[in-house]
Ligand binder design. Sequence first.
Ligand code: EPZ
Length: 419
Amino acid sequence: MDKMWVKGGAILNGQVKTSGAKNSALPIIFSSLLAEGKHVFFNVPDLLDISSTRNLLESLNCKTKYENSTLTVEVSYLNEPLAHYDYVRKMRASILCLGPLLARYKKAQVSLPGGCAIGSRPVNMHIEGMQGLGAQVEIKEGYIYASTPEGLRGATVLFDLPTVGGTENIMMAAVLAEGTTVIENAAKEPEIVDLANYLIKMGAKVQGAGTGVITIQGVKKLNPAEHTIIPDRIEAGTLLLAGAITGGDVTVLDCDPSDIEPLIIKLKESGFDIEVGESSVRVLPCASWRGVDIMTAPHPAFPTDLQAQFMALMTQAQGTSLINESVFENRFMHVQELTRMSANITPKTKVAVVRGNKGGLIGAPVMATDLRASACLVLAGLVAVGETVVSRIYHLDRGYEGLEKKLASLGANIKRVSE
Ligand code: EPZ
């Protein structure tokens, strides 16, 4: 297993480009199951999760080809809509094939995704939504058995929480349902809008994506299309934080500044000067910054996927910050690893109290526990005194395309080492 070696002290300067958004590419690639034929996706990041998605699609009688960030998916008719545990256990987002398979084949057998480090990650709202559209669903031996012999029927689906994956799954089921579906309390993330845009290109009738109410008129058939995946806002935020934490001057290119508005606001509140361009964001050098409180919540609030990375920044702040993680029940595993680096953090249940101490991080061997915790530890290593070695960075490779190359291009002293 690879590790990431980082030597602290370099100040990052320069420009760096984001890749396509993992959390947009995944649902969009699964939506190709809704229409036979050749789908072409541009700006697809080269990630472990993309390879996992390709493997699952190939097990569903699809052919895929990936080169130069372009993914082609040839979808053929499927006799047995079965998403096997061996594939689903490698990537929880595989649950997103449930909606398309059920809509297209009127039945689906999809392995229940396991939990993961950051929380139990139930899919009850996905299942209740499918039942709302008329599907019979049974859970047996670790699988979801869903069927709707007469086809799905449009209905109003109300989510208790604005679930991103649940919204995406119901959208992909509803586009071929008979009649109108209204999703109430829908997730509003930019990735939802990107998925809606691709469904519309395939011929679906979707309105309201990006708001809390999405209305879908079912159609009989969809056709394959082409699409460019939006930039990854979480990677953009992570790269901006790498510049900020080292007191550097970093411009992140090919991003949509409005997608990381909450981060920009909090960085300014903390004392950073930020320049926003049409498709770029620049953080200017800052010698010292204040601790600020954040609370993660569904978009457009501060994204939970930037919580760990922001916490790394707050370990270097003047003063204390309260980091409130309201989305997932166990997304503080990076706290213990930061503590090994001498950070002063007190984790409560949903809130971590971070007492900033600039220059106080000491390099240490640490372990990545999940995707965004890995990024947090790399950022901490950039400013820690001495060397930090982050193990289990396969977590990082799930969601960041060549992060060490991007950081090294900005002047970071970082390299991947094989164990
Ligand atoms: C998506 O996960 C993202 N993953 C996550 O990114 C992101 O953290 C999350 O949305 C929140 O923004 C992808 O898009 C592939 P949710 P998802 O359904 O869809 C609870 C990353 O680092 N819930 O919005 O699984 C759930 O437990 C990953 O890139 C239910 O209780 O998130 C959580 O507490 C991590 N029942 C909350 O809702 C359900 O049926 C939000 O989950 C579904 C969710």
